[in-house]
Design a protein around this ligand. Structure first.
Ligand code: ZN
Length: 433
């Protein structure tokens, strides 16, 4: 490694290296103290060879022209499997003393905010990139902008939110769903992937849910659904009573008799399993039989949102049990309406603090490979292996340990120093504390 190619010694101290390599822009090498590929063991003094945006080799042989990150650790590009970027202009989560009160605050925010949906999403994309996230699983609503996602440096899976409890609104929501999947054929390798998100059992008519699952299956589109999020939701499904029913009745959304008594999250999981990939958002209150069902269906993934879960003071999340049963668990931030920021890295630092006995390797896998599997893009990203896109996040650990790639990595003193998507440095991923 020559001194001149070591960007840490260059005058570009406040950002990742430029994208125009001097000699052959289609070919580049990147070196770190450790490379943690997530698939396979960590490689000390690892070199990642990239050609035309794809990883072609991973080795330890010195490379003269490698861009060296010194003591930093290179991991697969972080994947935030669940967010709603439309709330990204919020400076702090919406305060509420119950889930029903929080929904009320979200509805009020949507009605009164002065910023457009697209402008807020732009802020969120920038924040995501700046915190080292390379892929987002975004729930897009009315007014979302296709151009915004075409322009972004980030990889995106865009799920169109669908909401309707009234049967009369089902056809309209189905045509929105169908239209959203139209660009799928044209978006190509680098464009976004399009999916569908029927919102939640309490906001989607069961018939609409079935139809959307069928559409996702027919069009090979991924699906994302908020499920088993609160006890209030379980009560609503079981007996059409409780604070959520009271709230929706007051708001004029609720219609008696739409949801059969004794309905369980399992009924929804059985429908979801028809989609090629299904994301169960939250799953905070999944029962044992639901966990077993998930274990038997590898196309279903649970996305745990640790700090959002903490914000609502839920009962402990079953993520470790899910993992032990072989269910894929990915991570999400959810939105700034329930989280102080959009940093997926901060989610694993938070988990590591609370679960110091859980192997950091598992937390990193949840933040990368499991997200890719859940979003249906595992062939493209999620681990550092030849053939996949060069999606990388570079972390400066709080302290160095020559024997352990993970030492100090997930501590709060570590920081993201750069991120790359498909061989291109994400220019907003600045050096930051
Ligand atoms: Zn959500």
């Amino acid at each position: 490694m020559t001194h001149g190619s070591d960007w840490r010694h260059s005058d570009r101290m406040h950002g990742p290296p430029p994208n125009s390599a001097a000699h052959n822009p289609s070919r580049q090498s990147i070196a770190g103290r450790w490379v943690i590929p997530v698939e396979g063991s960590p490689i000390e003094h690892g070199i990642i060879e990239i050609e035309n945006g794809r990883i072609v080799a991973l080795h330890q042989n010195p490379a003269e022209d490698a861009v060296s990150f010194g003591d930093a650790v290179i991991v697969p590009g972080l994947i935030n499997a669940h967010t709603h970027l439309e709330f990204s202009s919020l400076e702090q989560p919406l305060a509420a003393d119950s889930f029903a009160a929080w929904i009320r605050a979200v509805v009020a925010h949507r009605r009164t905010r002065s910023i457009s949906n697209a402008a807020a999403a732009k802020i969120g994309l920038h924040e995501s990139a700046a915190s080292g996230t390379v892929t987002v699983g975004e729930i897009a609503t009315k007014g979302w902008s296709g151009e915004l996602f075409a322009d972004t440096d980030l990889r995106a899976v865009i799920f169109r939110e669908l909401l309707a409890l009234h049967p009369d609104r089902i056809p309209g929501q189905l045509s929105i769903a169908s239209e959203h999947l139209e660009p799928a054929q044209e978006s190509g390798e680098s464009g976004p992937v399009f999916g569908l998100s029927p919102h939640a059992p309490y906001s989607v008519h069961p018939e609409l849910f079935r139809e959307v699952c069928g559409l996702a299956a027919a069009r090979s589109a991924p699906i994302a659904f908020h499920l088993a999020e609160t006890r209030e939701e379980l009560q609503l499904l079981d007996s059409s009573t409780g604070p959520l029913v009271d709230l929706f009745r007051e708001m004029g959304f609720w219609i008696d008799g739409q949801i059969e008594a004794g309905t369980r999250p399992l009924d929804y999981l059985q429908e979801m399993a028809r989609a090629p990939q299904g994301i169960v958002i939250h799953g905070n209150y999944l029962s044992d039989s639901e966990i077993e069902f998930l274990a038997e269906h590898s196309n279903l993934t649970v996305v745990y949102c640790p700090r959002t879960h903490h914000f609502f003071r839920h009962a402990p999340h079953p993520w470790l049990k899910l993992h032990e049963r072989g269910v894929r668990v990915a991570l999400g931030t959810d939105s700034r309406a329930s989280n102080p920021d959009l940093s997926l890295w901060n989610e694993i630092v938070f988990l590591h603090e609370r679960f110091p006995d859980v192997a950091p390797a598992l937390l990193l896998q949840m933040a990368t490979r499991n997200g890719a599997g859940g979003l249906g893009i595992a062939e493209e990203t999620g681990s550092i292996v030849p053939g996949k896109a060069a999606d990388l996040t570079v972390i400066q650990p709080a302290h160095r340990d020559d024997r352990d790639a993970f030492a100090g990595l997930l501590s709060s003193g570590s920081r993201v120093v750069a991120a790359m998507r498909g061989g291109k440095w994400i220019q907003s991923a600045r050096l930051r504390r």
